[in-house]
Design a protein around this ligand. Sequence first.
Ligand SMILES: *Cc1c(COP(=O)(O)O)cnc(C)c1O
Length: 395
Amino acid sequence: MTTQEIIAQEHEYIMQTYKRFPIVMTRGEGVRVWDNDGKCYLDFLAGIAVNALGYNHPIIRETIHKQADGLIHTSNLFYTQNQIELAKLMTEHSGMGRAFYCNSGAEANEGAFKLARKWGKGRFEILTALQSFHGRTLATITATGQTKYQDGFAPLMPGFRYVPFNDLEAVRQNIRPDTVAIMLEAVQGEGGIQVATPGYLEGVAALCHEHNILLLFDEVQAGMGRTGKLFAFQHFNVQPDIITTAKGLGAGFPIGMMLARREVADAFEFGNHASTFGGGEFVCGVALAFVNLLLHDGLLDHVVKMGEQLLSKLRGLQAKYPNAIADARGLGLMAGLQFRDAIPAADVGAALREHGLLTATAGGNVVRFVPPLVIQPADIEEAIAILDKTIGNLA
Ligand SMILES: *Cc1c(COP(=O)(O)O)cnc(C)c1O
């Protein structure tokens, strides 16, 4: 089919929930992806922070081929080996006790809410941050502190309340007898690449301890090496009770996970929670290959180095174009340029695509950079050159 035919048929047959870029993707290799008309893009979007190893990575390809001869799915009525190995690895490297498998970030967060309520024995209220993002199911849009995701879907789920991010006093003032947990992103992704300020998360953790409240980290976007550590909270001196993750975990395959301290996890009894597809042997095998590579092949150090290079170059652009760029910020390979209001981030993104660079946008007029973790210095140079040219034309 031609590009125009595919786009026309999408408009006809797919529910119109996504405002897509007018590009049909056909193939990828490394950190580059090609469209139906043969145009090549340098990919700093990576399937929205999903394609941690880029496209067609040899280890992932090899794993898929090997696994194709084995089991795809058997259900959680049986034991399978990959899900055990992956859970062991993830718990050991996060200080958690047990894992629960699911298939997406929203589903992981739903599980976290259920576990917190079950553990709370009647306490049910969960605090979340304004400008947070936790998913698109009814409970997770309620948890998301942004009305644009909630409008039209009332009544929302009871039991959620919001506090401004990076405001410790607001957390202290909003803890009530019914409060059982607080869920935060250590680095807000969709909200505009907002990094927790020094002392904030530690202060929240102390309040949680004082009031016997669970500390939940939504690591769906910032986790799995994105910030240079396995989980973003590990940049801070805190130990959570529950962690949720998904996006990068399967290096492109859909898999989600909730991790909890053993005492918390054990609030779930047989039959309390389930997912038909959760923890399938095939997808866990792929995730296991990725996590082994992430933890044992120096990839986290690489992310730290690349992240420093990216952020320093973005700050250079901010210094060069102060009338266009209001801020440059990030942690590891999760970075953003906040543009001034007169220059919509979406327009910048469109111009960048014209010049062959893929980026995402985020709240607060931010162009977001979440490239594959395997990005190289030359790729960053190339992206910065495209940004320089594009912003030069806009400003
Ligand atoms: C993307 C995202 C989610 C939702 O994940 P899905 O897999 O789309 O359900 C939840 N939390 C955060 C922080 C995210 O970035």
